[in-house]
Design a binder for this molecule. Structure first.
Ligand code: SAM
Ligand code: SF4
Length: 332
């Protein structure tokens, strides 16, 4: 029975839980990770499947969580993923369960995930050109991603969303081509502004491809009209493509932040609550779990962690400091 809420001092209530299941990945996207990878979390620091499911259950039953998204790192690398999805759905079938994935291996697992109750999948794909894909991800695996997308669609995990990051001089000229492909395939495409969350600290505001530029580039080939749907807490601004029904989303996390409507809370693979992607503080639920805390005690700790959420990410403040953990270790 829900007794508390994950509220902060600015009137926001978190109901959307993002759980990182691993910090490891089989790609090396340049805006996310260095070529050599990172120092992965030792396995004893990583939450077990039982610990993940217990924290999810506390979030849902005691704290009002309504959506659970598994991410990473690459969540498909987590052996117990299907079981974790099934057990999450069993906590409350009304809770929407989704994954954000690079889709490597999804061709093999999509049906089992759908049968376990997975509601939605977001696939990250920045280009449909093989050479550009290899340049961005440092792996020649485009065909596997396309196969994974098709399998998700076939398994009925719809609508399949595709998330793309544009990088200047790499794939920014390919935005219309990517949209044309997505519309033809029936995938809902969303462009995300690149954020200062790469492990190498190579992000620069001046280099970032802005939402305005993305709209301008797409408008050279398509007529975009704002979709009537209210934006609410969904971060994407939606546009109808050539009058619809196809849409394209633009997530302007940097140039038009939506922090005031944020309803998210994050849990890292080693059991730390982060009240924001850009938070510099974390709260250790794993220690509480392993010290034998009750559900109510863990919920209390989680509520306190949320109450300290800052009003915004502050990327434009001169004092902005990138968080110590990169995106792949936070759970994007
Ligand atoms: N490996 C999975 C994937 O790529 O979908 C899940 C984890 S990944 C960190 C989640 C999302 O974060 C992906 O859509 C990826 O494109 C995005 N991402 C990673 N680094 C980013 C950055 N610096 N700025 C914006 N988005 C980023
Ligand atoms: Fe891996 Fe996803 Fe980061 Fe790419 S964005 S390196 S697929 S975690």
């Amino acid at each position: 029975m829900q007794t508390r809420m994950l509220a902060d001092r600015y009137g926001r209530v978190a109901t959307d839980l993002r759980v990182s299941l691993t910090d490891r990945c089989n790609l090396r996207c340049t805006y996310c990770m260095p070529a050599e990878g990172l120092d992965w979390l030792p396995s004893k620091s990583t939450l077990t499947d039982d610990e993940v499911v217990r924290l999810v259950r506390i979030g849902v039953e005691l704290l009002g969580v309504r959506e659970v998204r598994f991410t990473g790192g690459e969540p498909l690398l987590r052996r117990g993923l299907t079981d974790i999805v099934r057990r999450t759905k069993a906590v409350d079938p009304a809770v929407e369960v989704s994954i954000t994935t690079n889709a490597l291996g999804l061709a093999r697992t999509a049906h089992a995930l759908a049968a376990a109750g997975l509601d939605r999948v977001n696939v990250s794909l920045d280009t449909v050109r093989r050479d550009t894909f290899t340049q961005i991800t440092r792996r020649d695996r485009l065909a596997d991603v396309l196969g994974g997308l098709a399998a998700a669609e076939e398994a009925g995990v719809a609508p399949v969303k595709v998330n793309a990051v544009l990088m200047r001089g790499v794939n920014d000229d390919q935005a219309p081509e990517l949209l044309q492909w997505a519309v033809a395939e029936g995938y809902a495409l969303r462009f995300i502004e690149q954020m200062p969350l790469d492990a190498q600290h190579g992000w620069s505001r001046a280099d970032m491809v802005t939402a305005d530029e993305i709209v301008e580039r797409l408008s050279a080939q398509f007529t975009l009209t704002p979709a009537a749907e209210p934006r609410g807490s969904a971060p994407a601004e939606l546009f109808l493509v050539d009058g619809g029904p196809a849409t394209v989303g633009i997530i302007a996390s940097v140039t038009r932040p939506f922090c005031g409507d944020c309803d998210r809370v994050r849990l890292t693979a080693d059991g730390q609550v982060r009240n924001c992607l850009f938070a510099r503080d974390e709260s250790d639920l794993r220690a509480a779990l392993r010290a034998g805390a009750t559900d109510a005690e863990i919920a209390d700790r989680w509520v306190v962690a949320m109450s300290g959420k800052l009003p915004g990410h502050g990327i434009d403040d001169p004092t902005f400091l990138q968080p110590d953990r990169p995106m792949s270790a936070i759970g994007g």
